[in-house]
Design a protein around this ligand. Structure first.
Ligand code: GDD
Ligand code: MG
Length: 321
């Protein structure tokens, strides 16, 4: 599982917590991903780590998550997606068909069916595809009728994508693919490895209509949380006169009298002071919104950030990343 990126788009949240350790519905994002893998019979996951590796090791002290055995491969320098896969696979001694997944993708796609398709086609590599509205933010993957990949176009200019089926960030790979990844430098699986494999005729892809979300931007991270908003109980620290709607509020967060919180995430120890309004925004650990202040349109407060009483912020990141 690739979990070593810098989480740039989620700054300032990721200045203190790596992306896949940020909470989604009150649990670290990575737990949702591992749980899904476990449901399809995966019993061992190698975390390809780079940026802030200690947070992962500390979160799973017995090296288990959702019944799955974890091991760690920590890159000295970021090796990019293919470099990270090759490094982690060699550390773990992978010598059979294996799965790769981006650690920020939340989905219930049928992985068993993906592996079965891969085997039927005798593929070297199979990419899971998902339809999206704007393919320009993803890897665009046109295929022929049998699922053979014709090209791999990472983040093409808007309007130029030949299909809206994109790389879902989950792959089935044969160990032979590892030999095609040069060692000792950054290698992108999207820009180098997959385009290189197109000519082999053994790179396949399979689309699915399953729920799928890349939680790597403030908007999609918020969306991922809101999908869990119904299941998360309101904590004791919410004042009786406060209104909290469709939000995920950490157990020790605090919302004062007459405050209003809508479609937002309040992480551990966050505080919304009396009469403040927080709409479609994300409060990192210990962030504080002062009395009567208001936040709207995807404000993102990093750990410990504070907004003064009466301030009105729209679409602001604090601190500015
Ligand atoms: N270990 C390691 N080392 N992990 C890395 C590195 C690295 O150098 N660089 C990125 N990663 C991890 C990230 O932490 C993330 O889990 C995953 O690789 C993908 O990186 P993102 O930064 O999230 O990529 P993206 O969302 O822009 O695009 C990727 O995902 C899309 C699907 O969500 C691409 O694979 C697209 O083709 C794809 O459509
Ligand atoms: Mg991503």
């Amino acid at each position: 599982m690739l979990v070593g990126g810098m989480g740039t788009r989620l700054r300032p949240l990721t200045l203190t917590v790596p992306k896949q350790m940020l909470p989604v519905g009150g649990r670290p994002m990575i737990e949702h991903v591992v749980e899904h893998l476990a449901a399809h019979g995966v019993d061992e996951v190698v975390l390809a780590l780079g940026f802030q590796p200690d947070a992962f090791v500390a979160a799973f002290p017995d090296a288990r998550c959702c019944g799955v055995r974890l091991s760690y491969a920590v890159e000295a320098e970021p090796l990019d997606t293919a470099g990270a896969v090759a490094f982690a696979a060699s550390r773990a001694g992978v010598d059979e068909t294996f799965l790769v997944c981006n650690g920020d993708v939340l989905t219930d796609v049928d992985l068993s069916a993906l592996v079965a398709f891969h085997r039927r086609r005798r593929a070297l590599a199979t990419i899971q595809l998902t339809p999206v509205e704007d393919p320009s933010a993803f890897g665009v993957v046109p295929t022929d009728g049998s699922g053979r990949v014709l090209a791999f176009l990472e983040k093409p200019p808007p309007g130029e994508a030949p299909t809206n089926l994109v790389n879902g960030g989950i792959y089935v790979l044969e160990p032979e693919v590892l030999a095609t990844i040069p060692a000792g430098r950054r290698v992108s699986i999207e820009r180098e490895t997959f385009p290189g494999l197109c000519g082999s005729g053994r790179l396949y892809a399979l689309g699915s209509q399953a729920a799928w979300l890349d939680a790597g931007t403030p908007r999609s991270y918020l969306e991922a949380n809101l999908l869990h908003a119904e299941g998360v109980p309101l904590p004791a620290g919410v004042a009786p006169s406060a209104v909290v709607e469709r939000s995920v509020v950490a157990p020790d967060a605090w919302v004062g009298e007459r405050a209003r919180v809508e479609r937002s995430v309040l992480m551990a120890g966050a505080r919304v002071e009396p009469a403040a309004v927080v709409v479609e925004s994300i409060l990192g650990p210990g962030a504080v919104v002062g009395e009567g202040a208001s936040l709207a349109e995807l404000c993102v407060l990093g750990a410990g950030a504070s907004v003064g009483a009466g301030e009105e912020l729209v679409g602001v990141r604090l601190p500015e990343p």
